[in-house]
Design a protein around this ligand. Structure first.
Ligand code: DI6
Ligand code: FE
Length: 408
């Protein structure tokens, strides 16, 4: 066998649903890599002969291998922070009240408009490093703190640049409809037209986005406005997704499902009709426990209904300065289990297999099997549930990305 590297003495949580063991486990496993692909994976007892003198062999010392983690929902490019609003909320103000008073997303918009591309790149690079140190190999990054053409493009360019200069793969999402900017206060329709007629074509002209997202909420965009933006994006061949049912039940998820959205995100207020709609369209449910926790939300997303209807559940950090200031995908595994009562296996699927589906890259990453991209993590843990159980002692030992051992 002509292989580039072989990994032995591992337990492999393949997350491959074709393997009926919990976590798709292969014990005493071996994985072989050639170029950027996994070319052999199985039990050591079935390992074919290979040239042991010519092939580097890495030992896992009985540790666990998982697919590289995928954080499918972040807003990690922004300037400033919102610790002052945290204090206001602790003093009794609600997130909606702060937003309606011109704070919230708009205060981050002000800081982000003022920041240079180089400053945003540096902020983004540090945050991406923090995620990568916990085993993230693919991340989605949204715009949405510009709310004017120039700054939306600036954010997306920074996201694309980060993807070029970092081993972590970056998928970008245009979220021009994140809030109504001050210049368009009381002129929301005109802002939607700007998003559709000016921003979207500019984003497409520079190929800056893989997907389009909207914040469908009573403090943001209503159903007809959401429909207009998502339909325009879909017509241009972009993936669509939606911030839906976060603070109230607007029917955004059913709309997104009818347009073939990849995911609906947050969804604390999603009802059974909405769950059925996304189940039928194959749309993923992205759960964001960091925002749930930080807003001290009490309404749980409909986890049992999602299970009953076999909706793929994704877990993501939603890393942003307002509702989820947590630059950690691993922490979300714990929060997903403690707050939403996911099983550790569901949580891990939410940052691997299902996250890949939500980003439309499930044919390449998210599970470990022959032919997939060689993106994987080696962890110093004695069972995969440990990833969700404990937080703070980072158990990551090695990351392999596109077949290359990453030194970080
Ligand atoms: N929902 C959220 O939780 C974030 N965006 C959204 O649409 C919050 C973003 C922020 O407050 O800065
Ligand atoms: Fe978000």
């Amino acid at each position: 066998m002509d292989w580039d590297q072989v990994w032995i003495d591992l337990n492999i949580a393949t997350m491959n649903p074709e393997n009926s063991e919990p976590y798709g486990v292969i014990r005493d496993g071996v994985m072989a890599v050639k170029d950027d692909k996994i070319v052999w994976l199985g039990c050591r007892s079935e390992l074919p002969e290979f040239d042991v003198l010519a092939t580097p062999v890495y030992r896992g010392n009985g540790g666990w291998v998982t697919p590289g983690l995928i954080d499918a929902h972040t807003h990690l490019i922004f300037a400033g922070n919102r610790a002052n609003e945290f204090e206001m909320r602790l003093g009794g103000a609600s997130y909606e009240e702060i937003a309606r008073a011109g704070g919230g997303i708009l205060s981050t918009v002000k800081a982000t408009r003022e920041a240079s591309e180089a400053e945003l790149f540096e902020l983004g690079r540090k945050r991406l490093n923090a995620l990568a140190k916990e085993g993230v190999t693919t991340v989605e990054i949204k715009s949405g703190y510009g709310l004017e053409t120039e700054t939306e493009l600036k954010m997306l360019r920074v996201a694309r640049e980060l993807g070029k200069h970092h081993h972590v793969d970056v998928k970008t999402t245009f979220l021009g409809a994140h809030a109504i900017p001050p210049e368009y206060k009381d002129k929301c329709e005109a802002y939607v037209d700007l998003v559709v007629d000016e921003m979207l074509p500019a984003v497409l002209a520079e190929n800056l986005a893989d997907a389009v997202d909207v914040f469908c909420e009573n403090i943001a965009f209503d159903l007809p406005q959401t429909q207009k933006i998502l339909a325009a994006a879909k017509a241009k061949g972009l993936d669509i997704k939606l911030h839906a049912e976060q603070l109230s039940n607007m029917g955004g998820s059913a709309l997104a499902a009818s347009l073939g959205a990849k995911s609906v995100d947050h969804i604390e207020y999603l009802d059974e009709a909405g769950v059925k709609a996304i189940a039928e369209s194959g749309t993923c449910a992205t759960l964001l426990p960091g925002a749930f926790y930080f807003l001290r939300e009490t309404k749980l997303p409909p986890i049992d209904l999602l299970r009953q209807h076999n909706v793929p559940m994704v877990i993501a950090s939603d890393y942003n300065p307002g509702t989820s200031p947590f630059c950690s995908t691993l922490l979300m595994l714990n929060m997903g289990c403690t707050l939403f009562r996911l099983t550790p296996e569901e949580a891990l699927a939410g940052v691997t297999r299902n996250a890949a589906k939500a980003l439309g890259i499930e044919s390449k990453v998210g599970v470990l099997k022959e032919g997939m991209q060689a993106d994987f993590c080696l962890w110093d843990i004695s069972s995969p549930a440990e990833l969700a159980y404990s937080y703070g002692r980072n158990p990551l030992v090695h990351v392999v990305k596109d077949g290359k051992l990453i030194h970080q």
